[in-house]
Design a binder for this molecule. Structure first.
Ligand SMILES: O=C(O)C1=C[C@@H](OP(=O)(O)O)[C@@H](O)[C@H](O)C1
Ligand SMILES: C=C(OP(=O)(O)O)C(=O)O
Length: 456
């Protein structure tokens, strides 16, 4: 049977009389043969949204080449524009469209409302910018965004003397009453719920009168590479930054340089495509893979071999080859025992891969992903087990036992990485129907098209 990404199932995909309306769903295409694909992935969400903020706070205009255009970056552009920055699309040379020219405001102005959607980078990175603006800025977002933790940013700004109205839940919505200046200085926050609390304060810190000497007080600190990315982005614009000890960062006050930057492809968005080679066999190559990067997706080169894949690096390319099939026709995917505290962003896609492995897997260090776009631990347990899987939730992760999976509905919970995880399982399991593939527009609107091409 030929399955295209947009076709509706012509058969009962569940085979177990589950009554589910699949009319609105996306039938995940099955990999009918080994892959041999070369894929280009648009710009990194994390880098694009950092560079947009820094460009809007810089001492002159900056050009961003090959930025990401997706819901998260559009929301960041709208937010910064409403605070006074001028952001124009200009013709670009990249495969995915325009470049961006960012001209900072002479004076940032509040008196606005910012829609954060479901974007962690927007809801965390912009309140400190709003504190530097004159006038009130109200932040709100999607329904689920109101449950994502914001306490590190809210309490952090208060600790720096910023006036802020909220309802005491440590979440959206809230209003920052900007006075056009922030004193800065020393500050302690608990960033165990999200590294973005730290990145948010560091990004605006050069514009604080005394800079920032920030210390994390909580027990765990997730997603450390994302903080290193923030430090590197600041340093590339001439800001003096240091991390004198683990969990402490110092940003000197001073100008943020106006520079032209070329964005790297989003290596975390490359994950489902590389994982497809592990599931289907054959090879997938990602173009423009950076030689050096702060993106956590680079860890895929070490993570995927643990599942049995082989990785080949060439200048500007990374290729993943799937494992040899076992004699009994098994996919040859090995079980893993991984601490993903640095790479929580990759956990949903890796959990989907682990659900197709021949051996059990344990993923730990990811309790904080309960606070991502959805409660990702609960969502992965519900959706994989809904297809016949055997996954249980641990305090800070997942235990995934091998089990034969069958087709059925897969809920994305408006979470792009849940949607792509359903697509991964659907490569091997006919009849997986993702309810909201459009949620991939959060960071990769081209996902259904690229996935279709991968399998063509
Ligand atoms: O700063 C960033 O760009 C991000 C930091 C991480 O957040 P958490 O620390 O909340 O996991 C990551 O998961 C998210 O996708 C992007
Ligand atoms: C956690 C994620 O996003 P956000 O930037 O909204 O936190 C993610 O992309 O996996």
């Amino acid at each position: 049977m030929q399955i295209s990404p947009y076709s509706k199932p012509e058969f009962d995909p569940y085979g177990d009389n589950r009554q589910t309306d699949v009319d609105e769903g996306w039938l995940a295409p099955v990999a009918l043969r080994e892959l041999s694909a070369v894929v280009s992935i648009p710009g990194s969400k994390s880098l694009t949204n950092r560079e947009l903020v820094l460009a809007a706070l810089a001492d002159g205009p900056s050009t961003l080449h090959a930025p990401l255009f997706s819901r998260d970056s559009e929301l960041m552009i709208e937010g910064l524009t409403s605070l006074g920055a001028r952001i124009e699309r200009i013709p670009g040379t990249g495969e995915f469209g325009s470049d961006l020219r960012v001209t900072p405001a002479d004076e940032l102005t509040g008196s606005t409302t910012i829609d954060c959607g479901l974007a962690g980078t927007v809801m965390r990175f912009l309140p400190p910018v709003a504190a530097l603006a004159l006038g009130p800025t109200t932040f709100d977002g999607d329904e689920h965004a109101r449950t994502r933790p914001m306490s590190g940013v809210i309490e952090g700004l208060r600790g720096l003397g910023v006036d802020l109205d909220d309802d005491g839940r440590g979440a959206l919505p809230f209003t920052v009453h900007g006075f056009g200046r922030v004193e800065g200085g020393t500050l302690e926050i608990d960033a165990s719920a999200s590294s973005q609390f730290v990145s948010a304060l560091l990004l605006s810190a050069p514009r604080f009168e005394h800079g920032l000497d920030l210390r994390h007080t909580g027990e765990r600190l997730p997603s450390l590479p994302h903080i290193e990315m923030t430090l590197a982005s600041l340093a590339s614009r001439g800001v003096k930054v240091s991390s004198p000890e683990t969990g402490r960062w110092v940003v000197e006050p001073g100008p943020i340089g106006a520079i032209d930057v070329t964005l790297e492809p989003d290596l975390s968005n490359a994950a489902p495509f590389l994982i497809a080679a592990v599931v289907a066999g054959g090879s997938v190559t990602i173009t423009d893979w950076p030689d050096e990067t702060t993106q956590v997706g680079a860890q895929l080169a070490d993570l995927l071999p643990q599942f049995g894949a082989r990785v080949d690096r060439a200048p500007g390319r990374l290729t993943v080859f799937g494992p040899e099939r076992s004699a009994d026709g098994g996919r040859g995917i090995r079980g893993v025992d991984l601490d993903l505290s640095e790479a929580g962003e990759l956990a949903p896609n890796l959990a989907a891969l682990a659900a197709l492995a021949d051996e059990p897997s344990t993923l730990t260090g990811i309790g904080h992903i309960r606070h991502h776009e959805t409660d990702r631990l609960a969502a992965l347990v519900a959706e994989i087990n809904g297809l016949g899987g055997n996954v249980s939730e641990l305090d800070d992760g997942l235990r995934i036992e091998p089990a034969p999976l069958r087709g059925g509905p897969w809920r994305a919970y408006a979470d792009h990485r849940m949607a792509t995880s359903g697509a991964i399982i659907g490569l091997a399991v006919p009849g997986v129907v993702v309810d909201d593939i459009a949620s991939t527009s959060k960071t990769l609107p081209q996902f259904p098209e690229l996935w279709g091409r991968l399998l063509a």
